[in-house]
Design a protein. Structure first.
Length: 332
């Protein structure tokens, strides 16, 4: 499996993040925020293949491109019309759905589900295109396990509420641990490869007490399976970093391979950053260092800075966290 990601949009303007999780047998596509013009970098087929949209919050620069996404997908049938966001997302999206004229919709069957992410529960509403999205059908709320909001076969998504004078939701995508067969140990035990090895990786399908190839499945797992931790990427934008927030974020991001984080301001503009509930280059880099992340991608940089000033912003971050970088195509 592998996680691929791409920051959409230009420096000093609206941004978004596209993430692909490739399990080897399927590719799942996620979109985080949807600023103006961000989707222009993607082919229509890529936009139509997005499975989940996650909003951090609903300031214009994070949602101005949603009309383009919805235009290409409003009649998309199936179960992959899923939107997530902070409390209030269901109400806001209902207004967006209803803001168009619907009079040629009755034979279209698309269903959309929108979820509000609360501290302990996730509330979801269902909206039906054949009804012109008129009714918000409230579904049973689900209880969150820790910070988890989505648990798929190959990956999970967690969410954390941050402070931007409104809730700004941070997200972390993590591939599940992969279990590989130790081929040398397999040969040493005199066992031959076969379909049974796939079942061995699934303790539900093949309980520990079951007998396979003349041995207990649990014993074979202990001898043959080698764990490989999955990849991970986190998305954080528009928030103020204080001591309490850092105490939550550092353990949550600990060991995360890729962190895509706003760096709205240079270090000298700390007062402006605090006033507007944003981050500076030094704050972002210090957070990455303290959490021991692998890779830091700085995005959502203020349009007040020209190219040379953006280069200085990156240099400030690299003085603290050398693995900091801008998205591909932004120049360094």
């Amino acid at each position: 499996m592998a996680i691929r990601f791409r920051v959409l949009g230009q420096a000093g303007w609206d941004n978004a993040l596209q993430v692909e999780i490739d399990s080897g047998h399927a590719v799942r596509r996620l979109l985080f925020d949807c600023g103006e013009g961000c989707l222009s970098a993607l082919a229509p087929s890529d936009v139509q293949a997005i499975d989940h949209v996650f909003f951090s919050h609903f300031h214009m620069d994070h949602v101005a491109g949603f009309d383009g996404f919805f235009r290409m997908n409003f009649a998309r049938d199936g179960g992959n019309n899923r939107i997530w966001g902070p409390p209030g997302t269901g109400k806001i999206l209902h207004h967006r759905f209803r803001s168009y004229l619907w009079n040629l919709h009755e034979n279209l069957g698309a269903t959309w589900r929108v979820s509000d992410i609360g501290e302990t529960t996730v509330k979801t509403w269902r909206y039906e295109l054949p009804e012109a999205f008129e009714t918000a059908h409230e579904e049973a709320a689900t209880v969150r396990e820790g910070r988890m909001i989505l648990d798929e076969e190959d990956f999970t998504v967690e969410a954390m509420a941050l402070d931007h004078l409104t809730v700004s939701m941070a997200y972390k995508v993590t591939e599940k641990t992969r279990w590989n067969i130790d081929s040398q140990r397999l040969a040493a035990l005199g066992l031959k490869p076969g379909p049974w090895l796939k079942s061995l990786k699934d303790p539900v399908a093949l309980p520990d007490e079951a007998v396979v190839e003349g041995r207990r499945a649990g014993d074979l797992r202990a001898e043959l399976l080698v764990p490989t931790p999955g990849d991970s990427v986190a998305y954080l934008t528009d928030f103020r970093l204080d001591e309490g927030t850092a105490e939550k974020l550092v353990p949550w991001l600990a060991g995360c391979r890729h962190v895509v984080c706003e760096s709205q301001y240079r270090a000298a503009d700390l007062e402006l950053a605090q006033k507007n509930y944003h981050m500076t280059s030094v704050q972002v880099a210090s957070l990455a260092r303290d959490a021991g992340v692998g890779d830091l991608v700085l995005f959502h940089v203020s349009g007040r800075y020209v190219r040379e000033e953006r280069a200085a912003l990156l240099a400030e971050a690299r003085d603290i966290f050398p693995a900091a970088r801008f998205p591909e195509g932004w120049g360094e």
